[in-house]
Design a binder for this molecule. Structure first.
Ligand code: NAP
Length: 525
């Protein structure tokens, strides 16, 4: 019988410990056991009903401004406990401090953003969507679209790479909308999510049932969903298929948002030359993106499109930067990059690189370097690998397989139209970035890529210092992408509230609409 702590779940307004030994969470660098999680034996039906009824009623009784106030209180609690979160991230996620910050402080920043935006919605309890529209000749009978918080729960099934941000970027708009949250973090890194929820619950900020956490198996969660509930999934395309085809979604029309994997691109201006400003900006951003969070970002650059004339120079320059990335134990300041989240991911990334190498040449492989303060037979550390293809139109796997680690492929293109066609071979991605000094080209590229990308990120010398990063998801900008990226939409400022509200057309007299407008405020994006 193990003596490792068993993390309790918070469901139906109380802490509940799952039965059995549960699953052990590991330190991916040292290989040591940390804590256990289990939700075996929990009464899920009771927990979902409690959240839906008690949590939902209590949240909807508040105004947007009051709920925004709750978000501000959550920010304070999380800020007060930041040190503990960094310790958990180091131990359970294997991330160096700057990578933990993207997750922890990124989550807190997103909450703070929605707290501020929500306050501006004032004392309303519903949102007015656009102006009234006349229905006929007589102007007295009109239609007003309204957005009301859905009377259900929001179930979040999250990925392992952002245990903090992945919770709060979804919970902030949900709670602001008045919708209770049940989060099921990915098991490998569930500890940070569980601890954050525990701190918020212990602080007594939220009404009972507003925030619940279930750690461990996903079994039975989708079965609980009813027509007014929503589910937001982040993870692999494979699991996304299971979620989408579950009867809750397929038969009960539970609203479903999917953020799945993505083969994001970076595109260098066709006119760029070796050593030009645009060239250097691309090289710096690619190296940063490949190594940030050991490449475990859904938004990381996977394909780098450069004009054929600078292919070799780009390979050389990116490889030189990558060679400076020391990899190893995040507790040692000499390590610039930590580990992957688990030895399973190590195996998956190692196999993935070999798979990509069946099509690509290897331009840089840092894996022979000695790890900093870590045992290569134990630690889930993978050094960066840059692959390349000079005829990428002939490649297949490189446009289809996302290797979730510090891996990207440099591709040569001959003209602008071919570059766009190659990028679209990703069949819909979260983000593409473009590197140029030419505003006209950037505008053309943006419109060529916007329909297949949730975000197009333009990097030119004038924004070099202020640009927020290819892979950084900012709350005011849309996150999500069409096609294989899942077809979802998150964030985008107040746009995020749409997922947690139901739009309805109220057709009535001006007098009735005037009375209704007293409870509402017009939603502005
Ligand atoms: P995953 O294996 O699909 O797992 C994601 C979540 O789904 C986990 O919480 C997992 O629980 C749960 N799950 C597994 N099987 C399930 C089932 N049958 N029914 C319901 N839930 C189930 O993905 P991952 O390996 O954690 O995450 C990596 C992937 O996520 C990458 O491909 C990455 O691109 C993608 N991602 C996308 C975004 C985005 O915003 N677009 C962000 C981050 C990551 P367990 O952990 O308990 O198995």
């Amino acid at each position: 019988m193990t003596t490792l702590p068993l993390l309790p779940n918070f469901l139906a307004g109380r802490w509940q410990t799952g039965a059995g030994n549960g699953t052990t969470l590991l330190d991916p660098v040292l290989g040591t056991s940390l804590v256990r999680v289990s939700n075996t034996g929990l009464d899920l039906a009771e927990g979902f009903a409690f959240a839906r009824e008690q949590g939902g009623d209590a949240l909807r009784a508040l105004t947007y401004k009051q709920r925004a106030g709750l978000l501000s209180e959550i920010v304070k609690v999380l800020q007060a406990n930041r040190d503990a979160y960094y310790e958990i991230a180091t131990a359970n996620c294997g991330t160096v401090t700057k990578d933990s910050a993207v997750d922890i402080d990124g989550g807190i920043f997103t909450l703070g953003y929605y707290a501020k935006q929500g306050e501006a919605l004032g004392d309303a309890t519903c949102l007015l969507d656009g102006e009234r529209i006349r229905m006929g000749k007589d102007p007295v009978f009109q239609t007003q679209h309204v957005l009301n918080p859905t009377r259900g729960v929001a179930l979040f099934i999250n990925a392992f790479n952002f245990p903090s941000w992945g919770l709060w970027e979804k919970a902030a708009p949900a709670l602001l909308s008045g919708v209770p949250v049940i989060v099921k973090p990915a098991t490998a890194t569930a500890w940070l999510t569980q601890r954050m929820v525990q701190d918020v619950v212990d602080a007594g900020i939220l009404p009972a049932g507003a925030l619940s956490v279930i750690c461990g198996s996903s079994a039975g969660l989708m079965d609980q969903l009813q027509p007014f509930d929503v589910v937001s999934f982040t993870g692999s395309a494979e699991t996304a298929r299971i979620i989408r085809s579950h009867p809750a979604v397929a038969e009960r029309s539970v609203r479903c948002n999917i953020e799945a994997d993505s083969l994001n691109s970076a595109l260098l201006d066709p006119a760029a030359t070796e050593g030009s400003e645009a060239f250097n900006l691309l090289v710096a951003e690619v190296a940063r993106e490949m190594t940030g969070k050991s490449g475990q970002k859904c938004t990381a650059i996977r394909r780098i499109l450069v004009p054929r004339a600078v292919f070799d120079a780009a390979a050389q320059a990116i490889g030189t930067k990558l060679a400076k990335t020391t990899v190893g134990n995040p507790r040692n300041e000499a390590a610039r990059m930590g580990s992957l989240v688990s030895r399973e991911q190590f195996d998956s990334v190692t196999a993935g690189i070999a798979h990509l190498q069946t099509e690509a040449e290897t331009l840089f492989d840092g894996r022979s370097a000695t790890l900093v303060d870590a045992d290569p037979t134990v630690a889930a550390c993978v050094a960066p690998v840059l692959l390349g293809h000079r005829q990428p139109a002939q490649a297949k796997v490189l446009h289809e397989v996302e290797v979730f680690g510090p891996v990207a492929t440099l591709m040569a293109y001959d003209d602008e139209a071919q570059a766009y066609a190659l990028i679209r071979r990703g069949e819909g991605s979260l983000v593409a970035s473009v590197y140029s000094t030419d505003p006209t080209f950037m505008a053309r590229a943006a419109l060529a890529l916007a329909d297949s990308h949730g975000r197009v990120h333009m990097i030119s010398p004038d924004v070099a210092a202020s640009q927020t990063g290819h892979g950084n998801v900012m709350p005011m900008s849309l996150h999500g992408g069409p096609g294989r990226a899942g077809g979802g939409e998150e964030l985008g400022g107040m746009r995020a509230l749409g997922f947690y509200h139901r739009r309805s057309a109220v057709q009535a007299s001006s007098a009735a609409l005037d009375a209704l407008a007293v409870s509402g405020t017009t939603l502005k994006y």
